[in-house]
Design a protein. Structure first.
Length: 651
């Protein structure tokens, strides 16, 4: 499946040795009066509501501390061509963090922002606990970030889709005012390197989009004791077994205390004690299970010394098993047909960052309304919303650029030229970032499957077949989920799924297939990783008004000029999918796609989210028919289902 990505957090704190006193003082926030929202190619109903305090929500719901301060807002920016620190006043343009530099919401909206400087001032709130450390957190910055506090370099982070935390305590000034500068290098696909970028390109057209450089997720400060939890891994299964690892910034075996509460209540249902940095388990009797129908979540408190954090989990088991002789994905031991959408997560105003949480949740509700139960990818609060709404998530790794840098700025059409990896270093970096992405997202109950490669992009096949060892690696980091090693195209048998991509008609679990895909492999679960993609052109007011994009509209796999015809075709395609559920081995499918993106007009809603193309009643019925067909196929009897854990051998 295609890609694109969100981020979350988990602290990757630097080691700390000395306690220093928190500086106390107050300064005024950056003067934002010169920030100007740019007039972009298209806006959304939320654009004008963003203001200058965007994304005020606590950004990391699975590792929440009480003392924190949001640094989002108007900062200063300077585009540069070199990476030498310009510690002068040239960093003076107003930029709205956390919207990437190419977006209208950033107030910059420049292209090819490859080297950038950011600057802001901050103070540490005077009521924060004396003696605690001050951690500076970044939700995500694309791509290579160097952090300076009071003009001293303190940290470097490489990777556009992972969160990081910097312990800045020892660099704070004694007068209370601190200067934060961030230098970012984001080459995207400038031809100098091959890095995970997903669908970003410097030359957007058709299925590749305007890139997103610089800070694109919330930046915030928090106060934590010297020894604190840096990362929390939580999983909980259908039998009530909770498995927790609390990683500590300090001593390896410090005691950890866990309390788990009745949903929506203060009542404690279990407590347990373990040690930091090693997994420990305990049992909760007869928990209410998490599922799309009933997404029950349980709050958790974790104590490590004087550090107390809030988190949550959901009890569910993801596995694979044969039902009536066909390999199926199981949720809590039962075959659940997974019907989802390809969710690029791009916005006309914020590009990779949704303008607000409300806007982000709007997309999810559009899907839930007609009965989708699955989606893909985004920011921490996105996964929390999926956990709460009961949407299953298939999470992709952002792909490497699909052609060799030596080919310059050329974006191949699907299918040519073949995708290869430019160097061992590029492969090693992809592997490293894949591990981080899994690690940082693995505690969300809504994620059911990891996808490593989409349509062969950045998938080496000449020198090695990395999907086999990467599938093993993913399973070793997270043994509780299934792995879709290759979504579409170059399938050599790795992973739990046989995933067909075909437009517009599905070929889900069918003994026939078209170019670039293979007929169904009965050893694995059949997934239609992409189908649909039918488009309907809209009037100019709902279009991304960039000529290059508008000129690519005719590349849409199937283009209709009225919504009646578009809905009729969708009905036929969903009916064909239903036939494949009834006749063949189809276990799930992904419709392309949630929204239009730039020159793609194949969304269920337009890029500005102002037009919903669906005849909702028809879609609800057609989607319900898929679940009914799957239930009938499974005999609608749990007794026929033989759950088994996702094993390293797959099925
Ligand atoms: C904020 O910046 C604007 C434009 O640079 C300036 O006119 C104004 O005086 C500043 N306000 C404060 C309170 O510094
Ligand atoms: C990241 O940027 C830093 C500072 O500019 C540089 O020293 C380092 O080599 C870069 N790393 C990568 C992997 O590009
Ligand atoms: C506060 O300290 C910082 C770093 O030591 C320095 O750059 C800044 O000029 C000082 N500000 C004042 C108002 O003294
Ligand atoms: C607990 O989780 C860890 C990984 O976080 C895993 O290695 C271990 O096998 C799990 N234990 C159980 C009993 O599930
Ligand atoms: C580790 O434990 C030792 C002995 O209990 C203690 O002196 C030290 O402060 C601890 N280190 C941290 C980082 O908590
Ligand atoms: C978890 O706790 C928060 C407040 O601490 C509360 O708002 C929320 O409803 C609780 N969630 C559940 C599922 O109990
Ligand atoms: C789509 O609509 C836009 C504006 O309404 C128009 O400019 C463009 O030519 C149309 N494209 C196609 C392929 O119909
Ligand atoms: C199974 O059949 C029962 C009785 O007909 C029905 O109520 C239930 O909804 C069905 N389950 C599924 C998953 O379709």
């Amino acid at each position: 499946m295609r890609l694109n990505f969100g981020i979350i957090t988990s602290l990757l704190a630097t080691a700390t040795c000395a306690t220093s006193i928190i500086k106390r003082a107050t300064i005024s926030q950056a003067n934002g009066s010169d920030y100007k929202l740019q007039d972009g190619p298209l806006d959304t109903p939320w654009t004008s509501k963003v203001g200058t305090n965007p994304w005020p929500e606590y950004p990391r719901p699975q590792l929440k501390r009480s003392q924190w301060k949001n640094l989002n807002g108007v900062w200063r920016y300077q585009r540069t061509t070199v990476d030498a620190p310009p510690f002068d006043e040239s960093v003076s343009k107003a930029v709205l963090v956390p919207f990437c530099l190419e977006s209208a919401l950033s107030g910059i909206m420049e292209e090819r922002t490859i080297y950038s400087w950011y600057k802001t001032n901050f103070d540490v709130p005077s009521d924060w606990t004396t003696g605690n450390r001050v951690l500076l957190n970044f939700g995500a910055v694309d791509y290579n970030t160097t952090v300076f506090i009071n003009r001293q370099k303190v940290f470097n982070h490489v990777g556009g889709y992972s969160s990081f935390a910097v312990d800045v305590t020892d660099h704070l000034s004694s007068n209370g005012t601190n200067e934060l500068r961030v230098f970012v290098h984001d080459p995207t696909d400038d031809g100098t390197t091959q890095i995970p970028i997903g669908k970003q390109t410097l030359n957007p057209s058709h299925i590749f989009y305007r890139p997103c450089s610089g800070i694109w997720q919330t930046v915030w400060l928090e106060s934590a004791p010297k020894e604190h939890v840096t990362q929390l891994d939580v999983s909980a299964d259908m039998n009530g077994l909770v498995n927790i690892t609390a990683y500590s910034s300090g001593n390896a075996s410090s005691p950890v205390e866990i309390t788990i509460y009745e949903p929506n209540s203060e009542e404690v249902i279990a407590t347990a004690k373990g040690s930091a940095n090693s997994p420990f388990q305990f049992k909760v009797d007869s928990p209410q299970l998490w599922s799309p129908k009933s997404p029950t979540l349980y709050n958790i408190t974790v104590k490590l010394g004087s550090d107390t954090i809030q988190s949550y989990t959901g009890f569910r088991t993801i596995s694979s098993g044969e039902v009536g002789g066909i390999p199926r994905p199981l949720l809590n031991g039962e075959f659940l047909f997974q019907f989802g959408t390809l969710d690029q997560g791009w916005w006309p105003d914020g590009l990779m960052s949704p303008p607000s949480r409300e806007a982000m949740v709007y997309d999810l509700e559009v899907l839930k309304e007609v009965g989708y139960n699955m989606i893909k990818v985004e920011p921490a609060l996105f996964y929390q919303a999926c956990d709460q709404l009961g949407l299953l998530v298939i999470q992709d790794m952002p792909s490497l650029r699909q052609d060799a840098p030596s080919l310059g700025d050329h974006n191949p059409a699907c299918g040519a030229p073949r995708v290869r990896v430019n160097s061992q270093a590029a492969q090693a970096e992809f592997d490293r970032q894949l591990a981080i992405v899994i690690q940082q997202h693995k505690s969300y109950p809504s994620i059911v499957t990891w996808t490593i490669y989409n349509e062969g992009w950045g998938q080496e096949i000449d020198k090695e077949h990395p999907e086999f060892r990467l599938t093993d690696m993913v399973r070793s980091i997270d043994p509780t989920r299934l792995v879709n090693s290759v979504s579409g195209w170059d399938d050599f048998g790795a992973g739990n799924f046989h995933d067909n991509h075909h437009y517009a008609n599905p070929q889900c679990g069918t003994p026939y297939s078209s170019r670039a895909s293979t007929p169904y492999d009965p050893r694995r679960i059949a997934l239609q990783g992409e189908f649909g993609g039918i488009g309907a052109n809209v009037s100019e007011e709902n279009l991304w008004k960039v000529p290059q994009a508008v000129n690519a509209i005719d590349q849409t796999y199937e283009l209709h000029h009225d919504l009646g015809t578009w809905n009729y075709r969708a009905h036929l395609l969903l009916s064909e999918l239903k036939d494949q559920v009834e006749m063949f081995a189809c276990s799930g499918a992904v419709w392309t796609q949630t929204t239009d993106v730039e020159g793609e007009v194949n969304g269920m809603v337009t890029y500005d989210r102002r037009v919903n193309r669906m005849n909702k009643e028809q879609w609800r019925n057609d989607i319900q028919a898929l679940y009914d067909a799957a239930a009938a196929r499974a005999g609608n009897s749990t007794s026929q289902m033989m759950p088994r854990a996702a094993s390293p051998d797959g099925i």
